[in-house]
Design a protein. Structure first.
Length: 270
C-alpha cells in the first residue's frame, strides 16, 4: 500500500513544488514507483516534469469534479518510475464547483486516490499555497505532510496557520494525519536569523525538522524551465545533492554521501 505525502504550506514561494518534484524524482530513480498529483492551478510540477499543458486532456480538475477517474489522468513522465496527474488552468475554478457538491466535498480526492494507491510506493500531492477546498482535499487524502518553509520570521506565522489547519482536518476528517517533517528551503546558514528560526521551530517541533537543509542554488531554479528535475538537469549541483540527502532521510537511511562520491545524485546502484 503506497504512502501518500502532501507537500503543503499556506505560504507561497517556499519551495513546495520544487520539493515535490525533486524528492519524487530521486525516489523514482532509486526504483520506487512514484505518482505526483499536481493540485496547484499554477501547474509548476506539471511543467517541471516536461508535460505540456496544452497536450493534457484529463487533469486534476477532472479528477476532483468526478468527470474522470484518476487512472485516466495519469501521465508517464520521461523520468524513471515517475508518473503525474497534471494540472491545468481549469483547476483554478475547481473551488467554486466543489462548493456545490453536497456530499463528500472534502473527500473527493481521497476517494480517487484510494483506487490507485496500491499501484505506487509513494504518492506525492503538491498543494496550492492557500487554504481552500482543494488543499483540504489534499490533506484529507494524505497520510503525512512535508512542510517546506523559509528560515525567515514571517514563515513562522505561516507554519502556525498550517498547524491549526492540520488540527482541524485531523479532528474532523483524517484522524491519522501527521507531519512527516519540516524542511528548510532556500537556506543560508550564514544568516543569524536563519539559524534562530531553525532553533525556534526545532523547539516546538522536536524530531520533526529534517536535518537536511536545501540551499539557494542556481541550477535548482533553472531546472524547471528545462522540464527536468535537478538531478536530471545537473547531477553535480548542490541542489541535486541536497535532495539526495533529503531522500536518504525520508527513507530512514544514513544521512551522508559516499566518501568517494563526486558531487552528484548517483550514489546508489540500482
Amino acid at each position: 500500500m503506497g504512502k501518500i505525502i502532501a507537500v503543503a504550506n499556506q505560504k507561497g514561494g517556499v519551495g513546495k513544488s520544487t520539493t515535490a518534484i525533486n524528492i519524487a524524482a530521486y525516489l523514482g530513480w532509486r526504483g520506487f514507483k512514484v505518482l505526483c498529483i499536481d493540485s496547484d492551478p499554477q501547474g509548476n510540477t506539471t511543467t517541471a516534469f516536461g508535460v505540456k499543458k496544452k497536450s493534457v486532456n484529463v487533469s486534476t480538475y477532472d479528477v476532483l469534479t468526478g468527470k474522470a477517474r484518476i487512472q485516466d489522468a495519469v501521465v508517464e513522465t520521461a523520468f524513471d518510475n515517475v508518473s503525474i496527474v497534471p494540472a491545468t488552468e481549469s483547476l483554478a475554478g475547481c473551488e467554486i464547483e466543489l462548493i456545490n457538491f453536497d456530499n463528500n466535498k472534502m473527500k473527493r480526492l481521497k476517494m480517487q486516490v484510494l483506487t490507485c494507491r496500491d499501484d505506487y510506493d509513494y504518492i506525492f500531492i503538491d498543494c496550492p499555497p492557500a487554504l481552500g477546498l482543494v488543499t483540504i482535499n489534499s490533506l484529507v487524502a494524505c497520510d503525512t505532510i512535508i512542510v517546506p518553509m523559509l528560515a525567515e520570521f514571517f514563515a513562522l506565522e505561516g507554519l502556525s496557520q498550517l498547524v491549526n489547519t492540520i488540527k482541524i482536518v485531523k479532528t474532523n476528517y483524517n484522524p491519522s494525519l501527521n507531519i512527516e517533517g519540516i524542511v528548510f528551503t532556500m537556506f543560508d546558514g550564514r544568516l543569524n536569523v536563519a539559524n534562530d528560526v531553525v532553533a525556534e521551530v526545532e523547539k516546538y517541533f522536536p524530531d520533526k525538522v529534517f536535518k537536511t537543509k536545501i540551499p539557494r542554488n542556481v541550477r535548482l531554479s533553472e531546472a524547471p524551465s528545462h522540464g527536468k528535475p535537478v538531478m536530471y538537469y545537473d547531477k553535480s549541483s548542490k541542489g541535486a545533492e541536497a535532495y539526495e540527502l533529503l531522500g536518504h532521510e525520508l527513507l530512514g537511511e544514513p544521512l551522508e554521501l559516499p566518501k568517494k562520491k563526486r558531487r552528484g545524485i548517483f550514489s546508489f546502484k540500482k
